[in-house]
Design a protein around this ligand. Structure first.
Ligand code: PXP
Length: 254
């Protein structure tokens, strides 16, 4: 079954707006796990704009599914990640001025550094995912870097809405990159910009193991509560995958 990694950064964003103690991402993680979240994702940014060191340390103690730490490759953050030992780290490009992660990691252009960082985590048996654009050369370089997973950047697909041709094109790119990744022995996740309306076709890509979704779930949680928001997203993903599989079977028999 396709898995949902819930990114809870924006729970911390609300807390940091007042620099107080609520809402607590640790409590949010527990609720996500109890309502169908298969993993918890947080991004410890260098500027600490949302998730704080204390959050990551406490989540390490409390998360019972899987903790996925998104991070840039700054030595200070690598040191923390090696100490905390999440089940997985996802390496992302990070710029201070960006509102959210923009574009995938340029693994081709920084192969040696990525290889070095992947090796550090491999030594500690922490699996590594690389957040990349769905491009053949980035997939190939990710395999060369020794990563276990890639996370395909779905932001360009998400931003293509409502242009149907562009959506099809971006979806095809995600499918092509996923197939290629499997040929290279890489496992495939996806994420960024996914919401209740656009998630189904991405969930239907058979190679996708897990989707990491944050902003849309936390936004919906403001309206309907976090348990319902998580359950609805999981359902949308499952239905998305099932519908396309059923479609294929029907077409094969028609
Ligand atoms: N995956 C990665 C690598 C990200 O950087 C983010 C944003 O923090 C997400 C997934 C989640 O994106 P969104 O908040 O748009 O669902």
């Amino acid at each position: 079954m396709i898995k949902l990694g819930v990114n809870i950064d924006h729970v911390a964003t609300i807390r940091q707006a007042r620099k107080t103690y609520e809402p607590d991402p640790v409590e949010a993680a527990y609720i996500c796990e109890k309502n169908g979240g298969d993993g918890i994702t947080v991004h410890l940014r260098e500027d600490r704009r949302h998730i704080q060191d204390r959050d990551v340390r406490m989540l390490r103690e409390t998360v019972t599914t899987r903790l996925n730490l998104e991070m840039g490759m700054a030595p200070e953050i690598i040191k923390i990640a090696l100490e905390i030992k999440p089940e997985q780290v996802t390496l992302v490009p990070e710029k201070r001025e960006e509102v959210t992660t923009e574009g995938g990691l340029d693994v081709v252009g920084s192969l040696e550094r990525v290889q070095e960082v992947v090796a550090l985590f491999n030594q500690k048996k922490i699996r590594v995912s690389l957040f990349i654009d769905p491009e053949a050369e980035q997939v190939k370089a990710s395999a060369e870097a020794g990563a276990d997973f890639i996370e395909l950047h779905t932001g360009t697909y998400a931003n293509a809405w409502p242009d149907e041709d562009k959506l099809e094109e971006e979806l095809a790119a995600l499918q092509k990159a996923s197939t290629l990744a499997r040929e290279f022995g890489l496992r495939v996740n996806g994420g960024h910009g996914l919401n209740y309306h656009n998630v189904a076709p991405v969930a239907a890509i058979a190679e996708m193991e897990e989707l990491n979704i944050g902003h849309s779930i936390i936004s919906r949680a403001v309206m309907v509560g976090l348990p319902a928001a998580v359950r609805e997203m999981k359902e949308a993903m499952i239905v998305g995958r099932r519908t396309v599989v059923t479609d294929k079977i029907l077409r094969a028999h028609s």
